[in-house]
Design a protein around this ligand. Structure first.
Ligand code: GLN
Length: 304
């Protein structure tokens, strides 16, 4: 006879099982997310219904999800979305799973927009799931947002996200941003923006070999790796920025290794609350754990 699994019992069992298998750093959270997803309830429901028994179908479905997790599949792909900056962002293996660090990019962007006089237009380059443009569109419904990616499959997800979140004013554009012409084309079609945002692929081929297997096997290579060096796409973006940026800011997520390889002139580091004081030119902005993560280019400082 099959054992009766209550919510409490199955959660405790999975936590222990996942901990022993060492596939995840958050066994209890993973178990809760997957069980809530199976039962189509929120996590709070689990704690208020500890003694509720699972039906045999629910148990079977849940165990299938646990098996996928054990193989290293990221939770966000299993449940099909990632809660990011308070938005439920649909994800498939065609797009990168939005990262918590990138949420800081939104906080900085908002601070930047506040320093600008009537900003009109924002580009989100390498938009992937669309998360960056979506978060800005949610906060600033009157801004024109152009979200760009070369992957039509990624753009399909990004469009679905926009529709689902009712952010129907975002423009999606399919362009290969490794090509200089793409920047000319964007400029011609839409004009210059007040803010250019980007979390470009920035790993080198070699770095990719050393990232965790879960990322390697499931997340799109194209969204992670820029090329042999890792700096190719960021370099093109920095070289071409003036074609698509008016007065305002470019803000790009990056990594320490990449910052070193980009060999920019000596640049100062800032905490993001001091965005109003950023100098003209390049500066580095720290993330929540005080490590330099965002590269900023400011065209000119606002008066007053
Ligand atoms: N803009 C998306 C994100 O920040 C995708 C980035 C990418 O594909 N490199 O998650």
């Amino acid at each position: 006879m099959n054992p009766i699994w209550t919510i409490k019992k199955i959660l405790l069992w999975t936590q222990e099982y996942l901990s022993n298998q060492k596939v995840t750093e958050s066994p209890s959270l993973d178990a809760q997310i997957l069980l809530a997803h199976t039962l189509n309830v929120d996590k709070v429901y689990l704690f208020t219904h500890y003694d509720k028994p699972l039906s045999p179908e629910e148990t079977k479905h849940y165990k299938e999800l646990i098996k996928r997790r054990l193989k290293g599949e990221p939770i966000a792909y299993i449940v099909g979305f990632k809660n990011w900056y308070g938005l439920d962002i649909k994800v498939t293996t065609d797009v990168l799973i939005p990262r918590p660090e990138t949420e800081t990019l939104i906080d900085i962007s908002i601070a930047m927009l506040q320093t600008l006089d009537h900003p009109k237009r924002v580009y989100d380059l390498f938009t992937g799931s669309g998360c960056i443009g979506l978060a800005i569109a949610k906060k600033y419904p009157d801004l024109e947002i152009i979200s760009v990616d070369k992957s039509s499959k990624a753009l399909e997800i990004a469009r679905e996200n926009a529709a689902h979140l009712n952010l129907n004013h975002i423009i999606f554009e399919e362009k290969d941003l490794s090509l200089v012409e793409s920047y000319d084309e964007l400029s011609k079609k839409y004009g210059k923006a007040d803010l250019v945002l980007s979390n470009p692929p920035y790993l080198s081929m070699e770095e990719w070999k050393h990232i965790s297997l879960g990322i390697q096997e499931y997340e799109p290579y194209e969204a992670l790796v820029s090329g042999e060096l890792g700096t190719e796409l960021s370099r093109t973006l920095l070289d071409q920025k003036e074609k698509i940026l008016d007065s305002g800011f470019l803000l790009m997520e990056t990594s320490l290794t990449q910052l070193q390889s980009l060999k920019l002139d000596k640049i100062s580091q800032f905490y993001w609350q001091s965005v109003g004081n950023l100098p003209i030119g390049y500066s580095l902005i720290e993330d929540m754990s005080y490590s330099p993560r965002f590269l900023c280019w400011r065209t000119f400082a606002e008066q007053g």
